[in-house]
Design a protein around this ligand. Structure first.
Ligand code: MIC
Ligand code: SF4
Length: 644
C-alpha cells in the first residue's frame, strides 16, 4: 500500500518506533527554528545540556515577538540570543528581518525536510512540502543537540480540494471552512494533508496561509505537495536547487477524507473569541468595527499586502477605524515600498508597523473598550489583543480592507471586481539581516552576553513516592495557553525570568490563583477537553511547575502542552470517565498513593479525593520515555541522571 506525503517524509526520518497511529515515534530533525519569546528558554535549556555546537543541518534563531523594547529587557534578550547563536553555530535573524514563519518560508524551507520550531505556527512551512511541527522549547533544544523528536504517530486526514476559488474568496476562507467543520479540536492527533485537482491553482502564499492555521485545528501539522507552484516560488526566491517534486503515492490511503470544493466557498469570518466560531461574512455584515489589523505570520505576504493596497488605493480608511498593516518580512516590506503599494496604503490612512508579531499577541494596538476589531490573524482568544473584554473577528485581508473602508463588517464581494495580484517572478533576496553561523573555531571564542532579567531555567522535582495536593483551579473546555500564561506587552518581557512571569499564571481567569498556590504549597489543576490548546509556550508548564503544580487532570489535552507538561515533570492524567470531572471542585484534597511505583510499573494510577470520599482510577498510556521524564521530574533531570 502506498504512502501519503506525510508518511513518506516520516518514513525517511524515522529512527525509533513504528508508523502506527497513536504509538510513539522518534524522528530525525533537519532544521529547527526558535523565536525570542520561547527562544531564550530554549537556548538556556540547550546550554544546560552542555553541547558544544548545534547538530542539525540548520538551526535558526529569530527575533520577531518582543520588539517593543520598552526597557532593557527585550534588548538584553536579543543580545543573549545573538551571542548564543554565534557561540553555538546557529543562524540569527535580526529584529526587523521579519516574522519567523514568513522568513522561514522565503529563505529556508526545503520540500521533504523536517522542521521543528518552538512556535505553534511552525507548520506554516508545510505550504512548501516541509514536515514542519511546533513544539515546546525543550524539544527544540534536544533536536538542536542532535536528539530525536518524539510524538505520537498522527493519523493522516486528507483534504481533497477541487475547483478553484471564486472572486473575493481566499485561502483564509479555506482554513476557516475547515475550522467551521472540524472545530479547534478537530485536528488533534492528525496531520492534515492536502491533495486533489484544486491544489494546482493555489500559490505558495495561499498554501502557507492554510497550513499556518492548521495549528488552530490542533493538528500536529499540515502539508501540501511540492509541485510546479513550489518550483516557481523557490526559483523566484533564488533557490531553484531546493526544489524537488513530492506528493503522495497514487495508491495512498487516508484515515479520513474531507472534500472541499473551492468554487463553492464564500467569504467567512471567525467571530469572537475562538477561531472555530465561523460564519459566512453575510451573517455579521453591518457590525461596526473600530480597528482593522492586517498582518501576523499568516496573511502578511506580498500577495496579501498587494491585495490590500489595491483595494485601498485612492480611497480613505473610514474615520472611525484605526487600520494597521504589518509586512511579514523585510522582503515583503521592501517590495511594497519599492512598487508604491506602501505609499497607496499610507495615503489611504493606514498605520504602518514594523515586520514583527505586534498586535497579534497584544504587543501594541490593544483595541478600545467595548469595540470590535477585525484582524487577518490566526487567533482571537479573549484578551489576547491586550484588551480584556475584546471582540476580535478573524477574516481574510480582503474582508479586512473592505471593513476598513466602510467602518462595518462588509462582504468584499460588494466592492466590485477583485484586484488581480500575480505571484512575482523574482523576490529581492537581500539576506543581510540573517547572520550566518561562524566556523567552529571562531564560534568557540564568542562570549555569551546575559542581562539581569535572564534567570536560570527552573528544574522540576523527581516524582515523590506518594503525592498529594489540593485542586487549585478548575477550568472548562478549550482553555488556551494564553489563559494559563498570557502574552501581552507587560508580561512578555519576563519570558526569560520564570520566577517573575509565574506571578501572572491564570491571571485573567482567576487572579487569586498564584496566591492560593503559594498558600497551599502547590497543588493540582483540573481541566476540560483540549486543555492547553494554542501556543507552544513552555512557560504555561514552567510557571505552574515553579508554583508547585504537580499534576493536571483533564478530559483531554492539546498535543504541545501535554508534551511540555511531561518535559517539565508535571503529571498529565486524562479522566477515564469524563463525568468524574463533575465531581471535582476547587479545594478538594487529592492523594496519589504510591504514584511513583505505579509509574515505575506502568500500572493504573489511583487517586483518592479525601474531601469527597471518592476514588478515581486513571489508565495513562505513557511511553517508556515519558515515564522516565515523569519519574525524574522532567527531561533536563533525566538527561543528567537525576531522580531515575
Ligand atoms: C502565539 O502565537 O501565541 C505565539 C506567541 O507565537 C506562541 C509562542 C509564544 O508564546 O512565545 C506560539 O504560537 O507558540
Ligand atoms: Fe507571532 Fe502571532 Fe504568528 Fe504567534 S501567531 S508567531 S505571535 S504573528
Amino acid at each position: 500500500m502506498g504512502y501519503t506525503l506525510a508518511e513518506k517524509i516520516i518514513a525517511e526520518h524515522l529512527v525509533e518506533g513504528e508508523m502506527v497511529p497513536g504509538s510513539e515515534i522518534g524522528i530525525r530533525i533537519d532544521h529547527t527554528l526558535t523565536q525570542d519569546a520561547t527562544g531564550t528558554m530554549a537556548w538556556l535549556e540547550f546550554e544546560a545540556m552542555g553541547i558544544d555546537r548545534v547538530r542539525t543541518e540548520r538551526a535558526i534563531s529569530y527575533v520577531d515577538h518582543n520588539m517593543l523594547q520598552a526597557d532593557f529587557r527585550n534588548a538584553d534578550d536579543h543580545r543573549y540570543l545573538q551571542t548564543a547563536a554565534a557561540r553555538y553555530g546557529a543562524f540569527f535573524s535580526r529584529p526587523g528581518n521579519g516574522i519567523c514563519h514568513q522568513v522561514q518560508s522565503e529563505r529556508f524551507s526545503i520540500p521533504g525536510k523536517t522542521l521543528l520550531g518552538a512556535d505553534s505556527h511552525t507548520p506554516n512551512s508545510g505550504g512548501l512540502g516541509v514536515l514542519a511541527i511546533g513544539s515546546g522549547g525543550l524539544d527544540v533544544a534536544v533536536a538542536m543537540g542532535g536528539g530525536l523528536f518524539y510524538t505520537a504517530m498522527p493519523s493522516i486526514l486528507g483534504v481533497r480540494l477541487t475547483g478553484a476559488l471564486g472572486p473575493w474568496v481566499t485561502a483564509k476562507d479555506v482554513i476557516l471552512e475547515l475550522l467551521r467543520r472540524l472545530s479547534v479540536k478537530g485536528g488533534l492527533g492528525k496531520i492534515i494533508e492536502y491533495f486533489g485537482p484544486g491544489l494546482a491553482s493555489l500559490t505558495v502564499d495561499q498554501r502557507t496561509t492554510i497550513c499556518n492555521m492548521g495549528a488552530e485545528l490542533g493538528a500536529t501539522t499540515s502539508i501540501f505537495p511540492s509541485d510546479d507552484q513550489t518550483r516557481r516560488y523557490l526559483a523566484a526566491q533564488g533557490r531553484p536547487e531546493d526544489w524537488i517534486p513530492l506528493s503522495a503515492d497514487p495508491d495512498a490511503t487516508y484515515a479520513q477524507v474531507v472534500e472541499i470544493d473551492l468554487a463553492a466557498l464564500e467569504p467567512l469570518v471567525a467571530k469572537p473569541s475562538m477561531p472555530d466560531n465561523v460564519v459566512p461574512i453575510t451573517e455579521v455584515a453591518g457590525q461596526p468595527v473600530a480597528q482593522v489589523c492586517v498582518g501576523s505570520c499568516v496573511n502578511s505576504s506580498f500577495e496579501d499586502l498587494m491585495t490590500v493596497a489595491a483595494i485601498l488605493k485612492g480611497k480613505q480608511v473610514h474615520p472611525s477605524v484605526s487600520m494597521t498593516i504589518t509586512p511579514g518580512s523585510k522582503q515583503v516590506f521592501t517590495m511594497v515600498a519599492e512598487n508604491g503599494a506602501l505609499a497607496d496604503m499610507i495615503a489611504a490612512g493606514v498605520r504602518v508597523l514594523e515586520a514583527a508579531c505586534g498586535p497579534c499577541l497584544g504587543i501594541g494596538q490593544a483595541p478600545a473598550t467595548g469595540v470590535a476589531s477585525m484582524r487577518s490573524m490566526n487567533r482571537n482568544f479573549k484578551g489576547r489583543s491586550g484588551t480584556a473584554d475584546d471582540s476580535v473577528y478573524l477574516a481574510s485581508p480582503e474582508s479586512c480592507a473592505a471593513a476598513a473602508l466602510t467602518g462595518v463588517i462588509t462582504d468584499p464581494r460588494t466592492l466590485g471586481p477583485p484586484p488581480i495580484v500575480a505571484a512575482p517572478h523574482a523576490y529581492p533576496t537581500n539576506d543581510t539581516m540573517m547572520i550566518a553561523p561562524l566556523p567552529p573555531a571562531e564560534a568557540a571564542q564568542v562570549e555569551i552576553l546575559r542581562g539581569p532579567n535572564i534567570k536560570p531555567v527552573p528544574i522540576g522535582k523527581p516524582m515523590a513516592a506518594t503525592m498529594s495536593g489540593r485542586v487549585l483551579i478548575k477550568v472548562g473546555d478549550n482553555v488556551t495557553t494564553d489563559h494559563i500564561l498570557p502574552a501581552g506587552a507587560s508580561i512578555l518581557p519576563l519570558r526569560s525570568n520564570i520566577p517573575a512571569i509565574s506571578e501572572f499564571t491564570f491571571q485573567r481567569v482567576d487572579p487569586d490563583f498564584v496566591s492560593r498556590a503559594k498558600e497551599w504549597g502547590g497543588g493540582l489543576i483540573v481541566g476540560g477537553s483540549n486543555y492547553g490548546q494554542g501556543s507552544s509556550r513552555e512557560h504555561a508548564a514552567l510557571s505552574p511547575m515553579y508554583l508547585g503544580v504537580r499534576a493536571v487532570i483533564a478530559k483531554s489535552f492539546a498535543r504541545i502542552h501535554y508534551a511540555n507538561l511531561i518535559n517539565n515533570g508535571i503529571l498529565p492524567l486524562t479522566f477515564d470517565a469524563p463525568s468524574d470531572y463533575d465531581t471535582l471542585d476547587l479545594g478538594d484534597e487529592l492523594v496519589f498513593a504510591d504514584v511513583r511505583i505505579a509509574l515505575q510499573k506502568n500500572e493504573p494510577i489511583t487517586v483518592d479525593n479525601r474531601t469527597k470520599g471518592l476514588r478515581y482510577t486513571f489508565h495513562p498510556q505513557f511511553s517508556d520515555r515519558e515515564l522516565a521524564y515523569l519519574l525524574a521530574g522532567g527531561l533536563l533531570n533525566h538527561t543528567r541522571g537525576i531522580g531515575a
